[in-house]
Design a protein around this ligand. Structure first.
Ligand code: COA
Ligand code: AMP
Length: 633
């Protein structure tokens, strides 16, 4: 007999339009679609063409209309400030409507971009939903990025207004945000007309007259704004993500397909129903935060949690269990790195036993490859299913998962299980042939992708095509490499490009190389992602200084580390650079980063036949061992 998963997956492939039209019945439309799926302009496919809706209405007002206004919508839990605040759907809708009115008063109109550069405070979520309410396009920038990265996003998105805060709080350090914002605006060519600054009690920021407005002052007289219906194909947000160079890619998300896919995923992928409590321990600056802190749980009518804290240190490795117990969390979604950090500090799971976890049903992990050890440890200690699932900023929701709502399949540690309904995932060779089972290849998704996935890059249709659609004609290139086993389970092993994953954060080694190369003493450089027992990977730089440079290596290294922190941000976790005499290259001049990574990780490596001078590999090994690589254990 076919499983529910097989049945639904088959239906999604045989009749995608019928499948998603049925899912779309769960959304409130101000106008229904003319066509579910529009393929008149390939490869720019569109879902729900002709339809109009408002995402904020579906996330908030629709639940109030159905009598759920008194249910908890958002719980802000902030151990770093000692605060827990709960907003019901009524309260959150009223706040969001006034923030939307405030944005309109400040000149924001439908279609305008608004950058949100904020820590994990409720006002950040309100600002996102407020943009959605008036049809403005938000672009949230993660707080751990430096001014230079924020400037790139300002120049690309050209926001009319920026919403920011005076500071963030990292465990017990106050991080002033305003100097970063001011620095970014000084660097960018585009200047926003207005900045609305939330003054937090931990740090007050000086405001620039004529440009900056205090959030509280702006809100004081703000009237509530009604929902503005927009086209299903209109952008809801732009989220910048790392590509292979220093220029981030502006992933566009539409309104209609996004609402349909995300709401569908809550019950079918996560097995979570209306009224339940869902917690994604991520940051709103990442796609996980957009999709599973803000939009999906609220669209489904769940209670969602905004956590301003870390898995460890705020105050201890029991923080997650305290929240689960205190708020009655049914499902938690986080990155494996969080569990590695908890496991390191509490290997026997003693903190778990101090809390009532009886309502907790499922743990979901994503954002980086989930090593089987971490999965098995979490499963043993928590005694709940632990589900690895795979997706990326571009898709906005899972590509492969063990769909809990469709009847769980057996878990195979190391695999995010099978392709989710709607996704036709193939493992391809260099010449686009399908690889045999067990053979590693480039993982691609046959076009069209389901609703919710990116329709294009912001103002850059050509970049969308060259980045994703050219390598394998007729397919979307995920940038991940892996294989499928004989049971149809996918294994996501590595990236095919220069992207690395540091503590679940996606970063470009190419971007780091650009920064290192701009140092006046550096002739050439390479950055590789090296295995780290907590963060999964951390970047390590190899630099060759210019002839005639006589300064001490340690001094140059200090400057390089600081330069990456200043230009990319602390989130890059760039702490190690090694000065070497030469970089290993092929005879055609290509730097052998893969071989360097293997040496650093202590893996077997073959000497590439095309290498220019094999002796350099020994020099790299020596430099690494001087810095303590490969790390033991
Ligand atoms: N604003 C300012 N700085 C920030 C920041 C923010 N929003 N987020 C992180 N940083 C800084 C940190 O303070 C740290 O700076 P430091 O070098 O001065 O110590 C640096 O960026 C790296 O931060 P982080 O990656 O959080 O590392 P950490 O060592 O502080 O903590 C973990 C390690 C594993 C606990 C942490 O990475 C974590 O909780 N990960 C969860 C995974 C996650 O949320 N992934 C998102 C996708 S699901
Ligand atoms: P991001 O766009 O920041 O969400 O990063 C997406 C990338 O993270 C993917 O392309 C993968 O390289 C990696 N990734 C995410 N989830 C998983 C997973 N479950 N297993 C392996 N890699 C993953």
């Amino acid at each position: 007999m076919k499983s529910v998963y097989d049945e639904l997956y088959g239906r999604s492939m045989r009749d995608p339009a019928g499948f998603w039209a049925l899912a779309a019945e769960d959304i409130h439309w101000d106008r229904r679609w003319d066509r579910v799926f529009d393929d008149s302009r390939p490869p720019f496919y569109r879902w729900f063409v002709g339809a109009r809706l408002n995402t904020c209405y579906n996330a908030l007002d629709a639940h109030i209309d159905r009598g759920r206004g008194k249910q908890r919508a958002l719980i802000y839990d902030s151990p770093v400030t000692g605060t827990v605040t709960t907003y019901t759907f009524d309260e959150l809708r009223d706040r969001v409507a006034r923030v939307a009115g405030m944005l309109q008063r400040q000149g924001v109109r439908t279609g305008d971009r608004v950058i949100i550069y904020m820590p994990m405070v409720p006002e950040a979520v309100m600002a996102m939903l407020a943009c959605a309410r008036i049809g403005a396009i938000h672009s949230v920038v993660f707080g751990g990025f430096a001014a230079n990265e924020l400037a790139k996003r300002i120049d690309d998105a050209k926001p009319r207004l920026i919403v920011s805060a005076s500071c963030g709080i990292e465990v017990n350090r106050v991080i002033p945000y305003k100097p970063l914002l001011d620095g970014a605006i000084a660097l960018s060519s585009h200047k926003p007309e207005r900045c609305v600054i939330l003054q937090r009690p931990q740090e007050r920021a000086p405001l620039q007259k004529g440009r900056d407005v205090d959030w509280d002052d702006a809100m004081a007289s703000a009237p509530p704004a009604e929902c503005v219906p927009v086209a299903a194909t209109d952008p809801l947000y732009i989220l910048y993500t790392s590509g292979t160079t220093g220029i981030p890619k502006g992933v566009v998300r539409d309104n209609g397909g996004h609402a349909v896919a995300l709401k569908w995923s809550m019950q079918n992928v996560y097995g979570v129903g209306t009224g339940e409590v869902y917690w994604a321990a991520s940051d709103i600056g990442w796609v996980v935060g957009h999709s599973y802190i803000v939009y999906a749980p609220l669209l489904k009518g769940c209670t969602t949690i905004l956590y301003e804290g870390k898995p460890v240190g705020t105050p201890d490795p029991g923080a997650f269990w305290r929240l689960i117990s205190q708020h009655g969390v049914n499902a938690l979604f986080t990155a494996p790195t969080a569990f590695r950090a908890i496991k390191k500090e509490d290997p026997h799971g003693v903190h778990m036993t101090k809390h009532d976890l009886s309502r907790f049903r499922t743990l979901f992990l994503a954002g980086e490859r989930c090593d089987p050890d971490t999965l098995l440890w979490a499963r043993e200690k928590l005694a709940v299913p632990v589900i690895d699932h795979w997706w990326q900023t571009e898709t906005g929701w899972p590509i492969a998962a063990n769909c809990v709502g469709l009847g769980m399949l057996p878990v195979k540690p190391g695999s995010p299980t099978k392709q989710v309904p709607g996704y036709d995932v193939r493992v391809l060779s260099e010449d686009n042939a399908e690889m045999a089972g067990g053979q590693i290849g480039s993982i691609a998704i046959r076009l069209p992708m389901p609703p919710g996935c990116l329709p294009t890059l912001w103002n850059n249709d050509a970049g969308y095509e060259t980045s994703y659609l050219t390598k394998h004609p007729g397919f979307y290139l995920t940038g991940d490499a892996g294989y499928r086993d004989d049971d149809g389970y996918l294994y996501i092993m590595s990236r095919v490009d220069d992207i690395i994953n540091v503590a679940g954060h996606r970063l470009s080694t190419g971007a780091m190389e650009e920064v290192l190369a701009s140092h006046p003493d550096i002739a050439e450089c390479a950055v590789v992602g090296v295995a780290d027992d907590i963060k999964g990977e951390v970047p390590v730089g190899f630099v060759v200084t210019k002839a005639g440079v006589t300064r001490a290596d340690a001094e140059i290294v200090r400057e390089l580390v600081e330069k990456i922190r200043q230009q990319i941000g602390p989130v890059a976790a760039f702490k190690t650079a090694l000065v070497v005499k030469r970089l290993p290259k092929t005879r055609s001049g290509k730097i052998l980063r893969g071989t360097m990574k293997k040496i650093a990780d202590g893996q077997e490596y073959g000497v590439p036949a095309t290498i220019d001078d094999p002796a350099i590999l020994g020099e790299i090994g020596d430099a690494l061992s001087g810095a303590g690589y490969p790390k033991k254990g």
